[in-house]
Design a protein around this ligand. Structure first.
Ligand code: AMP
Ligand code: MG
Length: 327
């Protein structure tokens, strides 16, 4: 009898190896204005997701543009703020991306995005004079040693980079723990993968159809990656039959109309993926591809207004009819 029970337990262990050696933990939370779904595998999965949740809330506390006490709030009140090394890296990296994209990514665009109501939900089409006045308020972010400050009247909005950067911060946390074998962090459409799935198969990440509910294709990736999509369909309002999206062209102060409906960027670093998805959406296909040819530290999938899909070489993009761009 004893032998039989032992045999039964052994069989059970063999049938459910993933469950026993590699339990799965899941968590859902609302942070940074979006629903986030976290999944982690490994003996420390449960505890790790608790830590990731705390981390995300604490980053939200600092990045929020509507909280006066946040890092961004204090900068926007004209204060000189002492930075932790992590936030110094975020701000320096954002400035670098802004400079490299010729200002298509503009972290000090808050006077303009606020006018359109995208941070408050009070959407409206501003008068041209209001837009000109707001554009004139777009100044510069300064970093000096471990401190930051803004030009007088300037206002920072890290909405274009915050979630991607937070994904990389979460990866650093998981790496330090060493008891998580893999994780899939869906930070409101900003996807961060970490490590391996229990069965060793690739991460399968759908790219949403900007014109419908379904997917236009599925990206297969192994290992640790940030996959971030910026799309006009993600947040917009319609007035007099015209759609106005939340991604603003800093050159005009109006929602970007570059001929793209979405850009997905795959990069090792979350800040790069998030910042570039926004910037390339503003730049459009041709300028976006020029940027890729000059830098090549990421891969991208572009979807145009007419539904054509272009991908940089080397991506494993399935169930999708697309053209690979020339190197
Ligand atoms: P994402 O969803 O990552 O593309 O970021 C869009 C968000 O970033 C918007 O909701 C604004 O808060 C902000 N934003 C809009 N346009 C820009 C821009 N050109 N540069 C930087 N931030 C922007
Ligand atoms: Mg972005």
């Amino acid at each position: 009898m004893k032998k039989r029970i032992c045999l039964f337990l052994l069989c059970l262990a063999l049938v459910l190896p993933g469950c026993r050696a590699n339990p799965v933990a899941e968590k859902q939370l609302f942070a940074m204005d979006t629903v986030m779904n976290l999944t982690a595998w490994g003996s420390g999965g449960e505890a790790a997701l608790e830590e990731v949740e705390k981390l995300l809330f604490s980053l939200e506390d600092q990045l929020s543009v509507t909280r006066a006490s946040s890092l961004v709030g204090r900068l926007n009140q004209g204060q000189t703020v002492e930075l932790t090394p992590e936030f110094a890296q975020l701000l320096a990296g954002t400035l670098e991306l802004s400079q490299k994209t010729g200002g298509a990514l503009e972290p000090c665009l808050y006077p303009v995005t606020k006018l359109w109501g995208f941070t408050t939900g009070e959407y409206r089409v501003p008068e041209p004079e209001e837009i000109q006045t707001a554009l004139a308020q777009v100044g510069r972010l300064h970093l000096e040693g471990s401190t930051a400050y803004l030009d007088p009247g300037s206002q920072l909005d890290l909405g274009a980079v915050g979630k991607g950067w937070a994904g990389s911060q979460a990866v650093a946390l998981l790496q330090a723990r060493q008891d998580v074998t893999g994780a899939l962090l869906n930070l409101g459409g900003n996807i961060q993968t970490y490590g391996e799935k229990p069965d060793g198969s690739a991460w399968a990440i759908g790219i949403q159809d900007p014109d419908g509910d379904g997917m236009v294709g599925v990206l297969h990736l192994t290992g640790t990656w940030a996959v971030v999509t910026s799309g006009g369909y993600q947040r917009y309002f319609t007035q007099d039959g015209v759609d106005y999206c939340h991604i603003i062209d800093p050159a005009t102060g109006y929602p970007a109309r570059s001929g793209l409906t979405s850009v997905t960027v795959v990069a090792e670093d979350g800040l790069t993926a998030d910042g570039l998805s926004t910037a390339l959406f503003v730049l459009g296909l041709e300028a976006g591809l020029d940027y890729w040819r000059e830098n090549r530290d990421f891969a991208a999938v572009f979807i145009t207004d007419s539904g054509e899909i272009y991908a940089t070489p080397g991506l494993d993009l399935r169930q999708c009819s697309y053209r690979t761009v020339e190197g």
